[in-house]
Write a protein that binds this ligand. Structure first.
Ligand SMILES: Nc1ncnc2c1ncn2[C@@H]1O[C@H](COP(=O)(O)OP(=O)(O)OP(=O)(O)O)[C@@H](O)[C@H]1O
Ligand SMILES: [Mg+2]
Length: 576
């Protein structure tokens, strides 16, 4: 992305605040005008009051000065207030936009983007952009107005002297241009390192138990320290450049002032100019220094902001999950069957994880999927909610290709208990009702009961209002699983996908939950994946997946008589 495109895109975030911006800008111009007036007032102060002893001026000038300060203060307040509010609005807009976008991205995106990096985008980069846009790009306008106002005063007072003092101004451009590139490069490495720091944080804090269990604290601390140390060095480099910029600018300013004193002093002594003009000139010149410094200082934040914008736009430009096809229809409730026709799938476009799957599941059927680990069972069921798109072939529900129906209507018909239970740091109640927070307490309790979760929930300190901790950390694995099952029961969808839904339960609770699930499976179409073959005895049909293919298919008894993979799996579990 070129700088021009980047800035254009950045400025588009300001569009909604156009009116406020104009108001702020007018206030800025007024502040600059009044600031310049203050410098000019030094002239009558000296010439009229001190040299000519003009009493009228003596009475008028302090009064005028108070007014100038008053109005300057008012306008200053209004523009800083407006600009900072706009800045914060930009952060808010950006964060909302990023969050919405992140949740529109395909699952595969998350497989190759570390969480810490995404968090860093939303938290840090959004702030950097705000600094660049509201503080610097707009803030610099104020400085430019102020410079213009003061230049006007300076030239008005004594244009020859003004021209002479300007000789040194172009020198100021050199350090600004020189440091610009460095800042941008530094900012990029800086943010990359910040993202890495967030990643380590995220990984080790969520995985703190494993860190402890494996005694890896020292290793993780070293890894973290190295990263923080790298960050420190980058920031020190930034500080170095930044602090060098200031004295360089000051030196150049000093040269200008020295020249003015020398030449202007001569003019006053020879009577060509008055002391008032000279001092007023000097004050204006010194006052110019601040806004010039401001202009030269925007380099670092603007470069940082541009680098942040490149990263944020990079993320925003990642294509969202395949949207609904134009003209996609609402999927009517399942009545006939779910068919896999020559379905193949590959995660990376190279190795096929599923090969030529043909499967016809009738409405109301319970299909069990078994097979060796890594065979492709989870992948197979993940194709139904379109978490991933088939690479070849198609999946049809009642004859409708999944790609021709709306994502919403499709997922509405599915209830999923996934292999990894996913709970949010919220109450038990909200975790069960996730997806439909309008459910009544009675419905939620009934679902918990059916999932055999009621007993343990009632024993929790706050019952249904207990916060379960991050990812359900305060619950046992089996309890987490029962909450996920309750969630699926509550959703009451016609198609049910259970991926190792009871794997974390003991035999006793499993039997009970199994009974609840059997109730649930009635009048539903179910895909149930289980390693424990005892849990799938009552399936209508069993398919055995091996190396991405359906190796065997049939009822429990027919499969046993085949003496194939199923028999082998069965023997491993029951013949000890
Ligand atoms: N996101 C992914 N990217 C690339 N490859 C993947 C991804 N997820 C799974 N795989 C690969 O796809 C294959 C099938 O995985 P899948 O999770 O479907 O197996 P499974 O039959 O469910 O195994 P298990 O019984 O252990 O749950 C495995 O070889 C796995 O390494
Ligand atoms: Mg699996």
């Amino acid at each position: 992305m070129t700088e021009k495109v980047l800035i254009k895109r950045l400025l588009s975030f300001l569009k909604p605040y156009k009116k406020k911006l104009i108001f702020a800008m007018v206030s800025m111009i007024l502040v600059s005008g009044l600031g310049s007036a203050q410098a000019y007032m030094v002239k009558p102060l000296l010439d009229e009051i001190f040299f000519k002893k003009n009493e009228l001026m003596l009475n008028l000038l302090p009064f005028a000065l108070i007014l100038v300060f008053l109005f300057k203060g008012l306008f200053y307040y209004s523009y800083t207030y407006i600009l900072d509010t706009i800045g914060q609005s930009i952060i808010k807009d950006l964060r909302e936009k990023l969050f919405t976008h992140i949740h529109s991205l395909p699952i595969s995106f998350f497989h190759h983007t570390p969480t810490g990096e995404l968090i860093s985008r939303v938290i840090n980069d959004a702030t950097l952009i705000q600094m660049a846009v509201s503080r610097s790009l707009i803030g610099v306008l104020k400085d430019l107005f102020q410079i213009l106002g003061l230049l006007f005063v300076v030239f008005y007072l004594n244009w020859k002297l003004a021209l002479m003092s300007m000789i040194f101004l172009p020198l100021g451009v050199i350090p600004v241009a020189h440091f610009g590139k460095k800042f941008r490069k530094l900012s990029t490495t800086n943010q990359q390192t910040v993202a890495k720091v967030s990643n380590i944080l995220h990984e080790t804090i969520t995985g703190h138990r494993i860190v402890k269990a494996f005694g890896m604290e020292k290793y993780e601390i070293r890894r973290f320290s190295e990263m923080v140390d790298r960050l420190f060095k980058i920031i020190v480099k930034d500080i170095k450049i930044n602090s060098l910029q200031h004295p360089l600018m000051e030196l150049i300013g000093g040269l200008g002032v020295a020249a003015v004193i020398w030449y202007g002093g001569h003019q006053v002594i020879s009577g060509q100019s008055t002391p008032g003009t000279f001092f007023s000139f000097l004050v204006a010149l010194i006052m110019i220094y601040d806004p010039i410094k401001g202009v030269s200082n925007i380099n670092s934040p603007v470069q940082q902001g541009l680098a942040a914008a490149t990263r944020i736009f990079g993320l925003l430009d990642v294509e969202p999950e395949i949207e609904d096809k134009p003209g996609a229809i609402e999927l009517p409730p399942l009545t006939k069957s779910i068919e896999f026709k020559n379905v193949s799938f590959s995660y990376d476009g190279e190795t096929s994880v599923l090969k030529d799957i043909n499967l016809d599941v009738k409405a109301g059927e319970i299909l069990a999927i078994v097979g060796t680990s890594g065979g492709g069972k989870t992948t197979l069921v993940n194709l139904i909610p379109r978490f991933f798109e088939v690479t070849n072939g198609k999946i049809l529900i009642d004859g409708h290709d999944l790609r021709d129906v709306t994502m919403k209507s499709l997922r509405h018909q599915l209830a999923i208990v996934s292999q990894q239970t996913i709970l949010f740091n919220d109450t038990v109640k909200n975790n069960i009702a996730y997806g439909d927070l309008t459910r009544t307490d009675e419905e939620i309790i009934a679902a918990a009961k059916a999932a055999h979760a009621l007993d343990f929930i009632n024993e929790l300190p706050n019952g249904f209002d207990t916060i379960v901790g991050e990812s359900g950390a305060r619950l046992s694995g089996g309890q987490q699983q029962r909450l996920s099952i309750a969630r699926a029961i509550l959703k009451n969808a016609p198609i049910l996908i259970l991926d190792e839904a009871t794997s974390a339960l003991d035999t006793e609770s499993e039997r009970e939950v199994q009974r609840a699930l059997e109730n649930l499976m009635k009048n539903r179409t179910t895909f149930v994946i289980a390693h424990r073959l005892s849990t799938i005895r009552n399936a209508d049909r069993i398919i055995v997946i091996k190396d991405g293919q359906i190796a065997e298919e049939g009822s429990h008894d027919t499969l046993l008589s085949k003496n194939g993979v199923y028999t082998m799996l069965h023997q491993m579990q029951f013949d000890h």
